[in-house]
Ligand binder design. Structure first.
Ligand code: SD4
Length: 327
């Protein structure tokens, strides 16, 4: 319950108080966590309200499993959910009707793998992990990624569900083929886990912006933008309009802010603020970050410039702290 309260209370006004205990653990010259500080681990958080995904990750963590397995298994819950139209099977297509998926994964040693604009494969995060573990590369894109996945035994799958197809056909009637900046473009899942041994991993997976131009890739499969893990400091992941996150190398920025001594919450707020400053007056986009530091303290922040600041709350249960951003 203590943890739930922390997440609920960690809004803008209480940041100063909450951050005080975490500063020493994040400073580069004093990375050790003070003996007096509670370390919350294992811990897992994810974007939005995907408590089934964080519960799946928790199944791995609670029996001593590692963070990498936890985030992979966790985000696959959303990739396999046909009702989530921003991830995996059931994702909304590009403006030509093709579902193209982006994902990346990163481990405690800085190893990472990604797939970009991959079609016909249901679990891009698992392919990204294979890229990381079985190739000399970090990213595979398009046909190359698909071919690699098939060679690795993944099954060819039609990702376009009838629901997403019908919505796309409707969109085509009135859209003039113009790609929208979808201000309510959410449900991408980014997940961060800290396992019992104190090691981090992160994963991020999406079908990207609905009705995007063919070949468009956002932040989600880009290490440093959609996801970043530094096992000495912490981890961060992003959701929202990927172009803005790429421009600021958002997740790397959040981790570097934690390295400078900011709490995860302060870091997320400053990251969002930097993006806002570069977009003064713009009201058509939404950005959110979540972060965790080595003590298992968490933060998250989401903004939609067209409306008011959005606080977040705890979408998980006692042992599964999941964070979600609400409209
Ligand atoms: C993208 N960042 O492709 C993703 C979209 C997203 O929740 O996060 N949606 O730009």
């Amino acid at each position: 319950m203590q943890r739930r309260n922390f997440l609920k209370k960690s809004g803008l006004t209480t940041v100063g108080i909450l951050s005080a205990s975490s500063l020493t653990s994040c400073k580069p010259d004093n990375k050790a966590i003070p003996a007096t500080q509670t370390v919350n681990r294992p811990t897992v958080i994810c974007t939005w309200n995907f408590s089934n995904a964080s519960a799946k990750a928790w199944e791995v963590l609670k029996v001593g499993g590692n963070a990498l397995d936890a985030v992979e298994k966790g985000v696959m819950v959303e990739e396999n959910d046909v009702n989530n139209q921003t991830v995996g099977v059931g994702g909304r297509p590009d403006r030509d009707g093709k579902v193209t998926l982006d994902a990346c994964i990163m481990d405690k040693d800085g190893n990472c793998g990604a797939v970009l604009a991959m079609q016909n494969i249901a679990n891009p995060i698992a392919v990204a992990r294979k890229v990381m573990e079985k190739t000399p590369h970090v990213m595979l894109a398009g046909k190359g990624a698909e071919q690699f996945a098939l060679e690795e035994g993944f099954k060819k799958t039609d990702l376009l569900t009838e629901k997403s197809k019908q919505e796309w056909l409707e969109w085509k009637k009135t859209s003039n083929y113009e790609t929208p900046i979808n201000i309510e473009n959410h449900d991408t899942i980014g997940m961060l886990a800290l396992d019992k041994n104190g090691n981090f991993a992160g994963a991020c997976t999406t079908s990207g912006m609905a009705y995007k131009m063919a070949g468009r890739v956002g932040d989600s499969p880009i290490i440093g933008a959609g996801l970043f893990v530094d096992n000495e400091i912490g981890a961060a992941t992003a959701t929202g309009v990927g172009e803005e996150v790429v421009r600021t190398v958002g997740s790397f920025l959040i981790v570097e802010l934690m390295r400078q001594g900011k709490s995860p919450q302060e870091a997320c707020e400053e990251g969002v603020q930097r993006i806002l400053e570069k977009n003064k007056g713009r009201k058509d986009f939404q950005i959110g970050f979540i972060a965790m530091n080595k003590a298992g303290e968490t933060g998250s922040y989401c903004i939609h410039p067209g409306f008011t600041y959005r606080k977040y709350n705890d979408g998980g249960h006692d042992n599964v702290p999941s964070q979600s951003f609400y409209s």
